[in-house]
Write a protein that binds this ligand. Structure first.
Ligand code: GCB
Length: 620
């Protein structure tokens, strides 16, 4: 399905929203009869009629909520269903069902009829419901989700079959190289929502700032009418569009008419990262763009309110700038990863994490290694936290044409979703892809980056790609195509393990090689060391709290030198918190490079990082 608008469901004078979150029925397809659910048409009636069902919270990953190993390790189809009713007055409306994300491949049925199919585990999808929906009886929604990864999925995985007497018949595993657990299920909220027949399908916004006059400009484009369904193409009559910009007090500060235009705001309050303003109140200032469409023939109105931050993002050979001031990234790589819930959205964890981010004095993070929930992105917009927005192209290789098509599709869906967000200042098209010295990788990434720029042509955000140690600065075929360089470095961990004394020179030489060769600003997007909280040894030894802090202090020496002498624009430590990985002999209870534990308690490193970031805040 071609993405049309994917605006977040919202109540307004013309729209209603109903959550389908809660506890659903759940059943796994048997591992060696993967298609049983389709053969027996499990979608045609309640799953309860097909056999034993379990309770499954939505949103959540299904892997860790019960005591069965086969749930945690499942590969293949998993089935969900629940019932719901809709009010009869919805008959005169358009009704949509929308999933925030489900990993990886999903098929959705309403009353046994397939309404949408979607690939990609971290981006939203929707369907307009038509005659499948009933208004006088209960409705059944069924979702089949398959977490199998292949050479062509983003991210990639491989199914390995074992033809050996020591394995059961047909034994297989689905293996992957990326370093986080491939949690699966309905990870984000599910909504039903209504719109009028003629409706606001999409809103595009870009902003600019005139520093001398103090004016801010909100440029907009409204797509009305459009339909996500081929069955009911809207016959768009004349539609009038009115756009009003309200400040946080609700005062209208600008107004325009027509589907495309610009609103000029005198004395605009800019969107600032929270570390660039003295008072938290001034951070992340968001106006509300109230869009009203009126179909003249029917007199039918639709109203949608979009949060808009007025800010600019620019960069030079040496600097990254927000609102024309230099911006130095200090923050983290993160994960959506929580005890029991896996990757399920949970408001408690969302708020806790953002409180911790502010507590450390970090100003930014990268959505490693996939797009995060919209509920998380809303917090970043509101709190003034700067985001590098990444697609799930982590550790990819091979560079085939189907992979490319899926990669570009996810890039497009990500931009479609996040294009209007003030917090998003950069797109990351990949993390540590392999073989960047090969021509094929250069051709591949040029294509992905050109596509990214074309889709984001209104906002023109810079593009980065995060590379690993394996390709030298003068051999990397992707670097000529990016705007900002990002490198992950694990000196004294994966290289020269234990030798923290080598860090400073190694980082300085490495960064200077890259920036001098490519004449572009550079961010160290990862550095770190696994650390078991409570493990101590002096002098420091790998895995102890002492080792993590010494490793950090040596990096800080290099970073401070580079900040003063080079086009060095930031440091993101790996990782914000410990997180789950697949089982392996190098991971004890997952990846332990967090400065917080998985339960969000600080290690010694969190206090050290906080000290540094707060000193930086005091300097600026
Ligand atoms: C990396 C990856 C990240 C891993 C990390 C590690 O370079 O980008 O996903 O978790 O190293 O700890 O190995």
């Amino acid at each position: 399905q071609e993405t049309s608008g994917i605006l977040y469901p919202q109540e307004s004078e013309s729209r209603e929203v109903k959550s389908l979150d809660g506890i659903w029925n759940f059943r796994l397809a048997p591992r060696f009869q993967p298609d049983l659910g389709f053969q027996q048409a499990w979608y045609s009636a309640s799953l309860e009629k097909t056999g034993r069902v379990d309770l499954m919270p939505v949103p959540s990953s299904y892997n860790d909520v019960n005591q069965l190993k086969e749930y945690r390790d499942h590969v293949g189809w998993a089935w969900y269903d629940r019932k719901f009713r809709v009010p009869s007055h919805w008959q005169d409306r358009r009704v949509f069902v929308r999933f925030g994300a489900a990993n990886y491949h999903s098929i959705v049925y309403i009353n046994g009829v397939k309404v949408v199919e979607h690939s990609g585990g971290a981006l939203p999808f929707l369907a307009e419901l038509q005659s499948e929906l009933t208004f006088d009886q209960e409705n059944l929604i069924t979702v089949a989700i398959n977490n199998t990864l292949s050479r062509d999925t983003v991210p990639q995985g491989t199914t390995v079959y074992q033809n050996n007497a020591r394995y059961p018949d047909g034994y297989f595993t689905n293996d992957y190289k990326f370093d986080f657990f491939n949690y699966a299920g309905i990870h984000r909220p599910v909504f039903l929502y209504t719109t009028p027949k003629t409706f606001i399908d999409d809103i595009d916004v870009s902003t600019r700032v005139a520093t001398v006059t103090g004016y801010g400009y909100v440029n907009y484009s409204i797509k009305a009418g459009g339909s996500t369904s081929k069955k009911r193409k809207t016959n768009i009559q004349a539609v009038n569009v009115i756009v009003e910009l309200e400040d946080q007090e609700g005062t209208v500060v600008g107004r325009a008419e027509g589907s495309d235009g610009e609103i000029a705001v005198p004395n605009a309050k800019l969107w600032w990262p929270f570390t660039m303003v003295p008072d938290d109140e001034d951070a992340g200032y968001l106006y509300t763009l109230k869009v009203t469409t009126l179909e003249t023939a029917s007199n039918e109105k639709d109203i949608y309110r979009l949060k808009v931050g007025i800010r600019t993002v620019t960069w030079t050979e040496k600097e990254f700038q927000i609102n024309n001031f230099p911006f130095y990234f200090r923050g983290f790589g993160r994960h959506e990863d929580y005890d029991v819930r896996g990757k399920g959205v949970d408001n408690v964890m969302l708020v806790k994490d953002h409180n911790l981010i502010k507590w450390t004095g970090a100003n930014s993070y990268r959505t490693t290694h996939y797009p995060y929930a919209e509920e998380i992105m809303d917090l970043a917009d509101k709190l003034g936290i700067v985001i590098i927005d990444e697609v799930p192209a982590v550790s990819i290789e091979g560079y085939g044409s189907d992979l490319l098509a899926n990669h570009k599709k996810q890039m497009k869906e990500l931009i479609q979703r996040d294009k209007n967000r003030a917090s998003v200042v950069m797109w990351s098209v990949s993390n540590e892809p392999w073989d960047l010295h090969e021509e094929a990788a250069g051709v591949y990434f040029k294509d992905v980056i050109d596509h990214t720029k074309e889709v984001d042509s209104r906002n023109k955000r810079p593009v980065t790609l995060v590379c690993n140690m394996y390709t030298m600065h003068n051999e990397d075929k992707s670097a000529p195509h990016v705007d900002i360089l990002s490198i992950n470095r694990y000196y004294s961990w994966y290289y020269d393990v234990g030798h923290s004394e080598t860090i400073k020179d190694a980082i300085v030489i490495d960064v200077e090689n890259w920036v001098n060769y490519h004449k572009k600003p550079l961010l160290v997007a990862e550095y770190g060391a696994d650390t078991i909280p409570g493990l101590h040894q002096s002098p420091e030894f790998v895995f102890t709290e002492e080792y993590q802090t010494v490793m950090m202090k040596e990096h800080f020496k290099a970073f401070d030198y580079l900040r003063a002498n080079s086009s060095f624009i930031g440091e993101h430590i790996w990782n914000f918190a410990d997180f789950m990985t697949t089982q392996g002999i190098h991971r004890v209870g997952g990846n332990r490079k967090g400065i917080f534990t998985r339960q969000r308690q600080p290690k010694a490193s969190a206090h050290l990082l906080r000290h540094r970031y707060h000193l930086m805040a005091a300097e600026s």
